[in-house]
Design a binder for this molecule. Structure first.
Ligand SMILES: *Cc1c(COP(=O)(O)O)cnc(C)c1O
Length: 359
């Protein structure tokens, strides 16, 4: 504030972009007002619009599907595999089927759900074989590593989010990451009201006001420094939950590679989520949520899939019941990195009591 750089641009934005690109293993980063804005402008930059069809994961937060819809394109929804990622098998079937119907297929938007990075190698192979582009929705996976690479380094471009609920935050914000300088430049141009570089404000395209403010970029730089410590704190909590619930029948951990088995890949430990099979456990995820809520502790069901949402249920979808089951059985446990040791102990006791009472 003291420097006077209160405008939505300035040296903190430039520095944040450079640090983000370095962290994510990319040539370019464009800091934006949200992850949704990053998805929207990336799709526009890929030339996606009315008449285009975009394949995406049904098991996601609405922002992914919303962004595709903003461009005038039509989303096609693909169910999840056993790990919650877009199913390669259903994706291949959808490409074949949509092509047979004459759809103008353009791109795949895979989603790193709950910080778990998708199988980018298989998706890239399929995309290449069918001439499709890849925009990675890495909104939830900043900090995660797949095949030894940062999550946002995959795809032609990747969108990340710094919303208040994500692993690191600028209170609200996001970024577009890519190795293509022209791509980044076009996103930056659209995000700045498509203002041409002349003094008198000349415009030949419709633009958007989507840049991140300089003040929030300063917050982002401080958060980025703390990211490794925040991830480690959440990793410890993950390991404590795993120890606590290892032998509870009917409870499984939602696919979350944590490197504990010596592997190099890990998610970002953003949330620890479990599936409760009521037929085996004798309790439901709603009962656990109610029990925790009774002790003033917040937990949440996993995302309700898009093919089951009133606003999107008319869309073409390729589903086999997997994400419906995740929604019915899944719950994200208290996972915040600001929880004190005492609070963590209280949460673990409360979760443990619930399953002991059920046994
Ligand atoms: C949070 C989120 C977004 C959108 O990010 P915002 O910064 O909130 O606009 C997009 N996709 C997924 C999967 C998300 O979880």
């Amino acid at each position: 504030m003291a420097t006077g750089w209160i405008a939505p641009l300035g040296p903190e934005v430039d520095a944040f972009e450079a640090e983000l690109a370095a962290y994510a293993g990319r040539e370019h980063a464009v800091a934006l007002s949200s992850g949704t804005a990053a998805l929207h402008l990336a799709l526009l930059t890929m030339g996606i619009g009315p008449g285009s069809v975009v394949l995406t994961s049904s098991f996601t937060f609405a922002a992914t599907t919303n962004a595709i819809t903003y461009t005038g394109a039509t989303p096609v929804l693909i169910d999840a595999d056993a790990e919650g990622a877009i199913s390669i098998e259903l994706l291949a079937r959808a490409i074949e089927d949509q092509r047979a119907k004459g759809a103008d297929l353009r791109a795949i938007v895979p989603v790193d759900l709950l910080g778990h990075v998708v199988n980018h190698e298989a998706i890239a192979e399929l995309a290449e074989a069918s001439g499709l582009r890849i925009l990675s929705d890495a909104a939830e996976s900043f900090g995660a590593v797949h095949s030894g690479r940062p999550s946002a380094s995959f795809g032609e471009a990747a969108a990340v989010s710094f919303n208040g609920n994500k692993i690191m935050t600028t209170s609200g914000g996001g970024a577009l990451l890519t190795d293509d300088g022209d791509f980044a430049q076009h996103v930056r141009y659209l995000a700045t009201q498509a203002r041409l570089p002349v003094l008198h404000y000349e415009h030949k395209d419709i633009g958007y006001n989507y840049r991140l403010s300089n003040l929030l970029a300063a917050l982002g730089r401080a958060q980025l420094e703390r990211l490794p410590a925040m991830m480690e704190r959440r990793r410890q909590l993950r390991l404590a939950y795993k120890a606590l619930l290892a032998d509870v029948p009917g409870v499984t951990f939602f696919a979350q590679p944590d490197g504990a088995d010596g592997g190099v890949d890990h998610d970002n430990f953003w949330l620890t989520s479990i599936l409760i099979d009521p037929a085996v456990a004798g309790v439901t995820r709603d009962q656990l949520i109610a029990h925790l809520s009774g002790h003033n502790m917040e937990s949440r069901p996993l995302w309700k899939p898009m093919h089951a949402q009133p606003v999107f249920q008319h869309l073409d979808s390729y589903v086999d019941g997997t994400s419906d089951r995740f929604f019915e059985q899944g719950v994200s446990l208290p996972s915040g990195s600001v929880l004190t040791d005492e609070e963590v102990a209280r949460v673990l006791d409360t979760v443990g009591d619930f399953f002991r009472a059920a046994a």
